[in-house]
Ligand binder design. Structure first.
Ligand SMILES: [Zn+2]
Length: 165
């Protein structure tokens, strides 16, 4: 980013505008030099039991009372039945790893992290869970068993991660 900023400043001086040539397309692009800070609010009222569970080290999902489907992340309404008659249940916090990747090109909000592994596991209860993988990606084997563990992130809040068993 700093290198790009340098180039933009150079072009601004030479050409009069904050422009840069896009590496892929070769097209000239205007680069807005204002940086935006963004703070947003999202209501968690409907999934409050999920956060309350996390605080106690539990992984909470929802279950449709009509068809019995389990949901994680928790759903307020069943997408199959279109029914809102759901109940909260504690999910089994173990499962099998299905896929994993290491993220090198990070979104700005995770810019302060080193490259991190992200994985999808199928919980023994059925639902799949996407989470950061807290283990050595090189040591993962087919059928790798994992558990869901609650941990505190660098930003200070509680979140769940997958840990090899
Ligand atoms: Zn249902």
């Amino acid at each position: 980013m700093d290198k790009m900023k340098e180039q933009v400043m150079k072009n601004m001086e030479e050409l009069g505008f904050p422009v840069i040539v896009d590496e892929k397309s070769g097209a000239l692009q205007w680069v807005d030099m204002r940086e935006l800070r963004l703070r947003y609010f999202i209501s968690i009222e409907n999934i409050k039991p999920f956060y309350e569970g996390l605080k106690e080290g539990k992984l909470m999902g929802t279950k449709c009372k009509k068809c019995g489907r389990l949901f994680f992340p928790p759903q307020k309404d069943c997408p199959s039945c279109m029914d809102s008659d759901i109940e909260w249940i504690e999910l089994k916090n173990e499962g099998t790893l299905e896929t994993m990747t290491v993220v090198f090109v990070k979104p700005p909000s995770f810019g302060m992290y080193d490259p991190y592994p992200v994985a999808i596991a199928k919980l023994d209860d059925g639902p799949r869970i996407l989470a950061w993988y807290n283990g050595d990606p090189q040591q993962v084997k087919p059928g790798q068993r994992v558990k869901v563990q609650v941990s505190r992130r660098k930003e200070g809040y509680l979140m769940y991660e997958l840990v090899p068993l």
